[in-house]
Structures are given as structure tokens and as C-alpha cells.
Design a protein around this ligand. Sequence first.
Ligand code: XMP
Length: 536
Amino acid sequence: MVNPGTGHNSAPMESPEGVTHLTSPRESVLVIDFGSQYSMLIARRVRESHVYCEIVSHGSTWESVAHLNPRGVILSGGPASVYEEGAPLAPQWVYDKGLPVLGICYGMQVMAHQLGGSVKPAAKREYGHAVMHQCSSGNSIFDALPESMQVWMSHGDHITEPPPGFAALAYTDNSPITVMGDDRHRYGLQFHPEVVHTPQGKAIIENFLYKACKCEGLWTTGNFINESITSIQDRVGTGKVICALSGGVDSAVAATLVHRAVGDQLTCIFVNNGLMRRNEPEQVREVFEKHFKANLIYSEATENFLGALQGVVDPETKRKIIGEEFIRVFDEEAAGIGEVDFLAQGTLYPDVIESETSDNTVSAKIKTHHNVGGLPEHMKLKLVEPLRNLFKDEVRNVGLELGLPEEIVHRQPFPGPGLAIRIIGEVTYDKLEILRAADAIVMDEIRSNGLYDETWQSFAVLTDTRSVGVVGDLRTYGHVIAIRAVTSEDAMTADWARIPHDVLARMSSRIANEVPDVNRVVYDITSKPPGTIEWE
Ligand code: XMP
């Protein structure tokens, strides 16, 4: 159903509860978030250990989490001090329900404070590696672990008196109560088990999950796929679904899962804006049309986009035009399908958490699909977001298990405006062809030298500079191509990748020899900050 404008900025959804996701796992462990930079990492560690985990606010009620069937609770670290006024505390249900608890750093102090122990500022802040020794062997939290182990500390306060019923289980030179526990499987750790600097940390978390919480380990890719197929079928019924494919992993996995669940009720729309890398549009077609036999509308819109971009040099204007053009083309294609009820989107868990913590309104939870440039304002569609509980690595596993090719599943991030922001100045068909040819050589060398997975993004940029060169006895005046390759964790910061010189040499000579009109190649050695990853 494509209705007249509503004034919303993005496709509205009917209600937050209506969103398709795994609403009732058979078991879970909850992370109560006190604002730690590591909460997300704790959740990932728990999931890697095959137990479903969600991060919930310290203000959550039992009614809001009971459907997750929690078998235990992890209290995260956080920047506060428990004796400060207004310091966040764990909700009372954590203790009343008799659940096993793992308090990490601030979480340990919260538990000590709430259960009648004593927390004081330490004489000196402890930060970094420490060696921890068990007080006595035999506690299940240390099952199969050595007597002494390296841990990573980061705290200012410490426990001076454990709560009634708790005993010290381990100590370090600076901290007599590094671990405390009681006989109801409630533990406090002064160190961070979730970081790699605590080498036995994963084993400690797993002891908590399996010995204390008695979890079964039901969170597997196979279970996820089966359960989400059922839940998509329940939600969609006989309705019609559309999904915009961007060529990236998230939308590809979401579409594949929805296709598995409802088959021909799904129509995928792929808009070829003419700004993709070499062979990418063809690959989307190959995978979805030929391999999965999904309904695919392949909209060839290169001319529309290049027409709209004619004469435009400003990067933000390029982005705006590409976003608007996408909406126009998508809208037109969707209208041709007739009545549609649902929109499938590849929103991931980190997006959900981010928008929940930044703004708790429903609209903030809707991802304006970054990679496809937003969707028509007036489309009143209900959302199907089968990946909204997943981390990126889980999405990749689901993609592989569903049979998507490695190339899509492990694809490096690619900006929605595509090559338009890698051509400095006006975008033309000829420049796109030059850039695609140079970029294909960069990618070929990156892949064949095993550098694809260790670089966050790697690509070519067509600068607006021309330089003088010489071929034989002839002077040339050609384009300058810049090679950009960065390492990064999350694109917020990045370092230029130390690509071996011989690989750079091969890229350079191949580009200068094989790509017409290019006579100079440079390597970008700028980190972010002060640079950005893209040139525009
Ligand atoms: P920068 O260049 O700001 O990029 O360091 C950070 C990350 O975002 C990607 N990027 C974009 N993605 N639309 C997108 O979908 C855009 O307009 C856009 N601009 C940059 C970039 O590729 C990198 O991963």
C-alpha cells in the first residue's frame, strides 16, 4: 500500500512490538548496562559462547525482560562510583528472582553496595595487567582454570568488606578481594573478563553461563535461522514484502532469510545507480535471480543518476542528489508491484542499541538504511527486521549458512553514494569507467595477496589532478589515481594500511599500464583523524 505523504522522514512502522525478531528465546543472559564502553563486548562474548544475550538498561522492570527467559544477569562496568549521589544501581528483581549474577568491575561494586558490603576508593587507581591468585581451589567459576592467571584491571574503587554470605575467592597484590562469591552463584569480578587482555576471561564467562546459570547453549546459527523463519512466517502471514538490496551484506542476508521464510511473497528491488564497483550489480543479479530464484526487480537507473549528477562537484550535493534519486526510482518500482504490506530491512543489533540509548522514541529505532539512502516518506509499511538482534559477525555466519557467497558475506563496507564520492569533481561515465578499471586492479592485488580481510576498506580514488608523464618518447598528460587502504575497528578512527611495497608497486605499474589516460598513481598515507576514509 503506497499512501499519500504523511510528513514522516522515514518509512514508519506500526509498533515496536510488531517488529519481527526473536521475541522469546528459550534461555538468555542479560547484561545490565551501567554505561560501560565494554557492555557490547560482554554481550558478544556471551553470544560467542552460544547463549543469547541482550543489553538492558539498569532501569528495566522484570515485566520488560521476563519474556527473554533470563537464566542469569551480568552487571556491566561503568564510569560512576556507587557512593556518588544518583549512581545507577541494579533493579531489585535481579536479587529477588534468585538469578545467578556476575558483577564486573562497577557491577561488582553495585552488588556489594546493594547487598550490604562496603566499597571505598582505592589508594591508587589500578589500570592494566595484574596477576590474580585463587584463595582456594574448587569454585566452579574457576573450573578447569589455573591457580594464578593474568587479568586486566581498570578501576578506582574496590570492595573493602564483602556483603554477608560472600567470601573472597581470589586476590591480586593490590586488591585483596579481586573476586567474591556466595553460594547462590553470585559473583563479583574486579577485573574485565570480556577483554582480550584477560586470556582466561572467556573461560570464566563460560563457567558462569554453564556452571552457574546452567545454560544449555541454544544460541547457534542453525537455531537462529529456524526460529526466525517461523517468526517471519507468523508475522507476514500471506502479506507481501519488499526489500531494497544494496549489494552489501546486511540487506543481502535479510532478504535471503525472508525469502527462505515466505518465498515468492518477497520482491527484492535492486537499483543500479551506475556508481557501483565492477561486476557488483551483475553479482547481485546472479545470486538473487539465478541462484535463489527470488523475485528481483533490477532497475537499470544509471542514466537517471548520471543525468542528475551532471555538473555537480560538491560532495554533499552529490550525496543529496543520489539519496533523492534512489527514493524516486525505488518508489516507482515499488508502485509497480501493487499492494505491499511489509518492508524488510537489514537493521543490526548495534544500530538498535545505539538508537535506543540516544533517543528512546520509536522513530529513532528505525534505521534509514544507510547504504541505500533512505526510503520513500509516504510508504506506510510494517517492518520486518530479522537481523535486529544480531551482531555483524553473527549476520555473516547466518549469510554463509544460508548459502550466500563469501564475496558478499565478507564484503568490505561500501558507501551508499558509491564511486560518486571517489571521483573528485564532476561524475561522468568516462571517469567512472577509468575508476572502475583502476579499482578492479587494486582489489585484485589486495585479494590475491591475502590483504582483503585485514584491511577495513581498500579502493581507488580518481583525483581531479592531471600530471605530466612520459611513454616512450611521448609526453602524456593524464589522470592521477590515489590508492586508499585503511585498517579500522568501526570506521570512527582508521589508520592507513601498511600494504607491502611490492604489492603497491604492482598496483601502480598495472594501473599505469592497463588503464587508459592514467599516468600516475599515489598512495594515501593519511589516518583518520585528521583525514576521513573516503576522499569526499
Ligand atoms: P569517512 O569517509 O567519513 O567514512 O571516514 C566512514 C565510513 O562511512 C562510509 N561512508 C558512507 N556510507 N553513505 C554511506 O552509506 C555515505 O554518504 C558515506 N560516506 C562515507 C565510508 O565508506 C566509511 O566506511
